[in-house]
Design a binder for this molecule. Sequence first.
Ligand code: GAL
Length: 673
Amino acid sequence: MPDISPRGLTRLAFGGDYNPEQWPESVWQEDVRLMREAGVTMVSVGIFSWALLEPAPGEYDFGWLDRVIDLLHDHGIRVDLGTPTVVPPVWFYRAHPEALPVTAEGVRYEFGSRGAICHSNADYRAAAAAITTALAERYGDHPALAMWHVHNEYGVPVSACYCDSCAAHFRRWLADTYGTVDAVNEAWGTAFWGQRYTGFEQINPPRATPTVGNPGQALDYRRFADATVRENFRAERDLLHRLSPGVPVTTNFMTALSQCDSMDYWAWGREVDLVTNDHYLITDGRRTHVNLAMAADLTRSVAGGAPWLLLEHSTSGVNWQPRNPAKAPGEMARNSLAHVARGSEGAMFFQWRQSRRGAEKFHSAMLPHGGTDTRVWREVVELGASIDTLSALGGTRTEADVAMLWDWQSWWAQNLAWRPSEDHDPRERADSFYEALYDHHLTVDFAHPEADLSAYPLVVVPALYLMTQAAGDNLRRYAENGGTLVVSYFSGIVDEHDAVHEGACPGVLRDVLGLTVEEFSPLLKDERVRLTAPDGPALTGDVWSEFVVPRGAETVWTYADGLTAGRPAVTRHRTGRGTAWYVSTRLDAQGLDAVLARAAGDAGIAPRADLPRDVEVVRRSGTSGTYLFAVNHTAGDTEVPLDTPGTELLTGERAAGRLAVPAGAVRVVRLDG
Ligand code: GAL
């Protein structure tokens, strides 16, 4: 296998966050011995260690970290070294209390947790640069160093600060972005409710107001907050590049977690040397493996299709959800390998040894409180061996079938206040459309709305409310050139300033969809509408309906009841050499399945009736060959057809014709040729 990024790591990554400072040094020897037993190849160290590394301003104590890194190196374990800038020490905050962030309501947070940072604060920036410099000078060319892990999960738990430094910084950002205050007035539509500004110095962050504030201001503040955090990442990254050349720099993303939607990862993906992601199963009753697949596909897409790395997930239960079930036997391996199937160069965990103290003592780990005589440990050792067996596929790329558009900025705008219905949740639409594609056994690439889509036979657009003119033109060209498009309601409505596109909705999509929407008609809670078609099943919608006026599109399903009875509900428009579908209500899973099946037919995508539900088949390919992953999420044994024979890597057995995949298991076939 080629020497992949991270530096010097010649196997896939397997390991986790290692927090030796929580343990006496006598435990460290056991740690490294057990790491070797489990096949650990890399650990993340020092992420929360600033208070220990710099106990007083400018006084460093690197002794313990020297010993940890040397010990890991002696045992052949690569180090992903953290810059600990997510938790400055208490002495820093006592000297600079204004570095603690302030909420929109004016409450300043206190020290004593993590991630309490005002990213505009100059003292924080200087202190972060100093500790990063000290670390880079000391360890920048250490032979154990595989990569730099800057900060931790930027964007949480504080997504924006509203203090006076941020106000000043926001004004500078506005001046750079807009040039004049008149341009800001225009963009934010301040003629409405008499909000006109006559000087930049009058503008504040969108702090608490008696009723809804200016949406353009709120949207720009999210952009500003994201850009500010990215500035701080870049500052650390550039120092590390200069002082530790040749070592990749990353920061761990949380691409698909709807609770952490404050970072525009399309922009972030361009800043890191290697995209890394954290993913935890959200156990809210939905199919967790579908969200996992979506997170992995989205992370790969943010990486531009290149391999990426799962930097954190859990061996079993977490401790921060309302209910934290343990993983079932085999589920951890299935989760890990499902990430690998979709492009991860290994599987890492939070964390190596389960803490005894602190807020995360009930969070699972690779080495549980109960030690090595535990199910989790035995599964960890087994997984380490499996991942090692797969090392040859490092550097290969996951093959996708279709694309789904995704845009964090559109979510930000969509989630502002006073929309037609609070029941409409654009993220829910994205999840549901993804799930429908998953159930059609299609591997999804996510794409920015302005990205080149010509490689995909089918592009799905679930509720993309904010869409620029360029994005609209992009979709029109895509369909005219032969693509098949499926667009969900409340898409293409506003421009980048949250202003409704001129003319009838959906402004930038009118032409490609061949229709206008005269009026939105959201449904009441629990209200449902029936949709009928002469040549298709009856479908059900809820949350939303619309008065659609076809202007070139044909009606495929019609509203059978409700205020819009007799009007088009689902339409299809032949345009150029392609087709554009429009879905004007919130269809349930069965409805999405029916519409996507028709659209897939238009796109020339053959249905995969040969694969059972909840059996994933994904391929990675590259110079070392083509690898077929089959992940069986069901409780029954199954078989997957194999067009090409090959060798199953986890069992070493030959496979031809049909590949047996036992209940809950994963199989990875290196195809011949
Ligand atoms: C992550 C975080 C880790 C740990 C983990 C627990 O979001 O980066 O430090 O807190 O969650 O699930």
